[in-house]
Design a protein around this ligand. Structure first.
Ligand SMILES: *Cc1c(COP(=O)(O)O)cnc(C)c1O
Length: 497
């Protein structure tokens, strides 16, 4: 199993190199040269396995340069019951047709934990395998969930350091508190005076700054990425599509083999792309339904084949999906085009230059055979959330609500009755304010009173990592201008001049 760049298919690297490096030097994303298959018999066997064993089975197919023992150790450290309080990705049934795949039982209560709990272990082993192994310095720009999940994953992991930048006014109170109270000796957090794009641009500039790269080298360090452009973030996500199918089929073994739909609340296109890879590997998947909020650039793309980021940016109640450039779409284009890296690079150049590109009819038809796209406004999301709570007594977060709202539209428009799994990406307690409003409750001023009220109304406990924030000490008060980020990293890493 080798990997190649989406912008140059002749540039081949091993799995360990792909994970250690994060992104190809040509700006492309590392992607498997060919996808392994899982036969129906192998899938059936997985039905009797716990999540950790399913993860070993699926991930092992993609990591030939890791030993079975190494993969087992990575999986065991990542999905420890003490971190996930039981099975990491339980499936909850709403009715005969619809189930919810809950991916937020990890330490930061968002689905990012599914990948970021294991990435540090995959990465440190990848660094051991490469010749010029140094300390990995991971820079993150976050709009909320990624930053906290990355901090929690990398805290006190030997051979790694992490600096997280978040927009001072661009994350929720709870998300801010989660990051500022972060523990760990190898991590730092800094607010910037600017928005998420400023943070992201600043981080990208530091990554490629020649002074910086040289100084790191002299100090035995190298940059790496914990964003979903890193293959080590995508791979662990393929597992839970298989796991969900196994759990769904186990409820009624006669259904085994029936193709099912997945509805995925989408931002950077990482989560849903993992579902696409699972389908390519042989998982019986009917449709992948791509759910967007008011930032509906992907809805338009799936319907028309035109990707156009030149549009208003909306700050919505599902902030982790507020994104206009979905990086992982590049991997889908590469896959759909039959690994045509010249064509993929061409589209990305157009995106860079004009913020827009249009794919050909052939490619669009191929995409539409699998993907369906639709979107929900905040009001539609709230109606979906309130409706599900009233009908089933089941509480979902604002991102999952977008997925459910889109699913309702999908059924109305297509009449498709295939069994469906809604992919649930965050705990409702992370977005208590909007969730309370959606179920018609008065929202208290105080963040922690909101949690208590939500718990009373829903009869569910406040997740321990969120309840615990009330008594934790704030460790990080740093803030800097968007032009001072390089200075900040320089100081934090204690680089000599
Ligand atoms: C990151 C995130 C998403 C979007 O996932 P992508 O892989 O970026 O498409 C959706 N919901 C929540 C809660 C998230 O944190």
């Amino acid at each position: 199993m080798e990997y190649c760049s989406t912008r140059d298919r002749k540039r081949n690297v091993s799995a360990a190199q792909a994970i250690a490096q994060g992104i190809s030097v040509d700006g492309g994303l590392f992607t498997p040269v060919s996808l392994p298959r899982i036969t129906p018999e192998q899938l059936r066997e997985m039905m009797n396995m716990p999540y950790t064993q399913r993860a070993e089975r699926v991930m092992g197919l993609f990591l030939p340069d890791y030993t079975a023992e190494e993969i087992r150790a990575c999986v065991a450290q990542a999905y420890d019951v003490r971190k996930f309080g039981g099975t990491p990705a339980p499936l909850t049934r709403l009715d005969d047709q619809v189930s919810v795949l809950e991916l937020w039982h990890g330490p930061t209560c968002a689905f990012k934990d599914m990948a970021l709990q294991i990435l540090p272990h995959l990465m440190t082993r990848a660094l051991e395998k490469s010749d010029d192994a140094g300390e990995a310095v991971i820079l993150v720009a976050t709009s909320g969930d990624t930053g906290k999940a990355a901090l929690e994953g990398f805290k006190d992991v030997p051979g790694t350091r992490m600096v997280v930048f978040y927009p001072e006014h661009g994350v929720s109170n709870m998300q801010k508190l989660q990051m500022r109270t972060q523990e760990g000796e190898n991590v730092a957090v800094c607010a910037i005076e600017g928005n998420f794009d400023d943070a992201q641009t600043g981080v990208k500039q530091i990554f490629t700054d020649p002074d910086m790269v040289q100084a790191l080298k002299e100090n035995g360090m190298q940059f790496s990425s914990a964003n979903s452009i890193n293959w080590g973030r995508l791979l662990p996500q393929i597992v839970y599509y298989f796991s969900a199918y196994c759990d769904w089929a186990a409820e009624d073994p006669a259904r085994f083999g029936t193709p099912i739909n997945f509805v995925v609340p989408t931002g950077n296109f990482g989560n849903i792309l993992a579902g696409y890879y699972a389908r390519c590997m042989g998982l019986p998947v009917n449709r992948l339904i791509c759910a967007s909020n008011a930032n509906n650039v992907l809805t338009e793309f799936i319907r028309t084949g035109v990707y156009d980021r030149n549009r208003l940016f909306y700050a919505t109640e599902s902030p982790s999906m507020d994104i206009l450039v979905s990086s992982n779409l590049e991997r889908l284009l590469f896959e759909l085009s039959g690994h045509d890296s010249a064509q993929t690079a061409g589209y990305m150049q157009l995106l860079q230059k004009h913020g827009k590109y249009k794919i050909g009819t052939g490619l669009r038809n191929k995409m539409q055979q699998v993907f369906y796209g639709d979107c929900c406004t905040d009001a539609e999301g709230r109606a979906a959330l309130g409706g599900v709570f009233a009908r089933y007594g089941y509480l979902m977060d604002t991102h999952t609500a977008v997925a459910y709202g889109v699913y309702q539209k999908y059924v109305r428009n297509t009449g498709d009755e295939a069994p469906t799994v809604i992919v649930s990406t965050a705990s409702p307690y992370k977005f208590a304010d909007a969730v309370l409003r959606s179920i018609g409750a008065q929202v208290p001023e105080d963040d922690f009173e909101r949690l208590t009220l939500l718990s009373e109304r829903s009869g569910t406990p406040v997740p321990a990592p969120i309840a615990g924030l009330q008594t934790q000490t704030v460790r990080f008060n740093d803030r800097c201008g968007k032009d001072e980020m390089k200075e900040k990293v320089w100081d934090l890493l204690d680089l000599s001049r």
